[in-house]
Design a protein around this ligand. Structure first.
Ligand code: CA
Length: 508
């Protein structure tokens, strides 16, 4: 890729409703050749497995420098990384729901409107959005969602009504099932019958559920704390059953497996209680999640589907530090809820033996919004990319499949609700606003606890020299200003033709 530079090289804008992208002709050709060879050899499109963990940090897995060093070995995930591509600059959104909606729609929270998680019956969800599941389903895929949903509890936003053939999981987030049941953390709730009744009557579903396309929810079991500790095991078994069943079918499939762990509060499965060297619930849960990745990959292997399945393992946001020590590890600044790197930089491992070269790592920019256009391209269904709405994701197929593929994304945009926070290009992060108390959050304070700050002149961090974002030195780097300002300006102008949407808002 001689002569290429992420800051100065030009991009192409494929259509008015699409994000500009780099076009690297050599790697595009290499990737296209691989895909057409795959299709002619196998006569069908590959399966896609997304394993999305909850609040797991960039640094938790061994392959990212965590693992045994932080008291929770992750041999299965580390092995998967060795067999594939490990991304060091994959970006989620600052919290669960915005990230998940971005993954499934290819759109930023300012477009899909889910800027924070809906809690305890808040109205609103994915309703009205076109999801990856729907698009893959139209392309002939079987679509299965398992585990955490948290994209709206209202009927029209439930998974079986936004493109999934089947759903087995819960509609919300782990803590909503437990934070009024555990007397250790919540005595004022548990020992008050009035408050317990009051929560019980809030309009959210207390069970984990099952549903099939277009059908009504059936409640499987109420999520008490003992039930909750078994959920990841039950969900893994359900996904394993799906993978086994699909081995006998001609159709390709998309499995969106979202774990309960390791969102606070963690109550490890008894088989994993105390199993980590750290002995803490969060760490035991990481050990279980790693084991689950191993179980799912083993089923792919046993059923002969490993080489026909692109696997992505990732997490939906950075550590939740307000619940420390029930919290992830990141080497970066601040935490979940913020647009500092600690809030939004997440682990991401792609594996597809025979198609994605092993032993690769890339620091190229990769955003959660890129998953939808990339998955559609892998499925041979790029023509289904919506044209009636803005799609923020870029197709990263060639980054994944070309032997030395580099990112096709020029800019990553960071948003805090409706506040445009920052833009990254190359190793530089140009920041106009953030959430922060003060520089103490360098040590990993709580991202939700901070106040929003605006920087009238902007701040500039070099993420290679200063991954903790402590030394703004814009004044020495003004030569780059046009690249930052034009990137931000073009992005903001896109909301003129494609107005933003607000479903669940954030007060910034
Ligand atoms: Ca989360």
């Amino acid at each position: 890729m001689s002569g290429f530079d992420p800051i100065v090289s030009p991009t192409q804008k494929p259509a008015a409703n699409l994000e500009p992208r780099f076009v690297h002709p050599d790697q595009e050709r290499a990737a296209e050749a691989r895909m057409s060879e795959y299709r002619s050899r196998h006569g069908r499109s590959p399966n896609i497995l997304v394993v999305l963990m909850d609040d797991v940090g960039w640094g938790d897995f061994g392959c990212y420098g965590g693992g045994i060093a932080v008291g929770a070995p992750t041999p299965n995930i580390d092995k998967l990384a060795r067999q594939g591509l490990l991304l060091t600059s994959c970006y989620s959104e600052p919290s669960c729901t915005p990230s998940r909606a971005t993954l499934l729609t290819g759109r930023l929270p300012m477009r899909h409107g889910l800027q924070r998680p809906p809690m305890y019956g808040d109205p609103g969800g994915l309703e009205g959005e076109l999801t990856l599941a729907e698009l893959l389903s139209d392309a002939g895929y079987a679509t299965q969602a398992v585990g955490k949903w948290h994209l709206g509890e209202n009927e029209a936003s439930q998974p079986q009504n936004v493109g999934f053939d089947d759903f087995y999981g819960f509609l919300s987030v782990s803590d909503m099932y437990t934070e009024w049941r555990d007397p250790y953390f919540f005595p004022e709730m548990v020992y008050s019958a009035a408050r317990t009744d009051w929560v019980r009557n809030l309009p959210f579903n207390k069970c984990f559920v099952h549903a099939t396309r277009g059908g009504a929810l059936e409640e499987v079991e109420e999520v008490t704390i003992p039930v909750l500790s078994l959920l990841d095991a039950k969900w893994a078994e359900y996904s394993a059953g799906f993978i086994r069943r699909m081995a006998g079918e001609d159709r390709p499939w998309f499995l969106y497996h979202c774990t309960r762990g390791a969102h606070f509060d963690n109550y490890p499965h008894e088989d994993f209680l105390g199993s980590s060297p750290a002995k803490h619930p969060y760490k035991d849960t990481i050990v279980e999640l790693d084991d689950i990745v191993g179980r799912l990959v083993a089923v792919l292997e046993e059923t002969g589907q490993l080489e026909h399945t692109m696997v992505l393992v990732s997490s939906d946001n950075g550590p939740e530090m307000e619940t420390w020590p029930d919290a992830a590890y990141t080497p970066f600044r601040c935490a979940k809820g913020s647009t500092w790197e600690g809030g939004v930089r997440v682990p991401a491992i792609f594996s597809w033996p025979g198609m994605i070269a092993p032993d690769r790592a890339s620091d190229g920019l990769f955003a959660f919004s890129d998953i939808l256009p990339t998955a559609l391209a892998i499925a041979g269904a790029s023509e289904r990319l919506p044209s009636d709405r803005f799609i923020d994701g870029v197709d990263q197929t060639s980054m994944l499949l070309a032997p030395e593929g580099i990112s096709n994304r020029k800019y990553h945009y960071y948003w805090l609700g409706q506040l445009f926070s920052a833009l990254r290009v190359g190793e530089y992060k140009f920041m106009l606003a953030s959430i922060s108390d003060d520089d103490r959050d360098v040590a990993g304070g709580g991202g939700f606890t901070g106040v929003s700050n605006k920087y009238p002149y902007g701040r500039l961090y070099n993420l290679y020299l200063d991954p903790k974002e402590t030394h703004s030195y814009l004044i020495r780097k003004l030569a780059y200003l046009e690249a930052f300002q034009s990137g931000a300006r073009d992005h903001l102008l896109s909301f003129g033709q494609y107005p933003p949407k607000l479903v669940v808002g954030l007060n910034t």
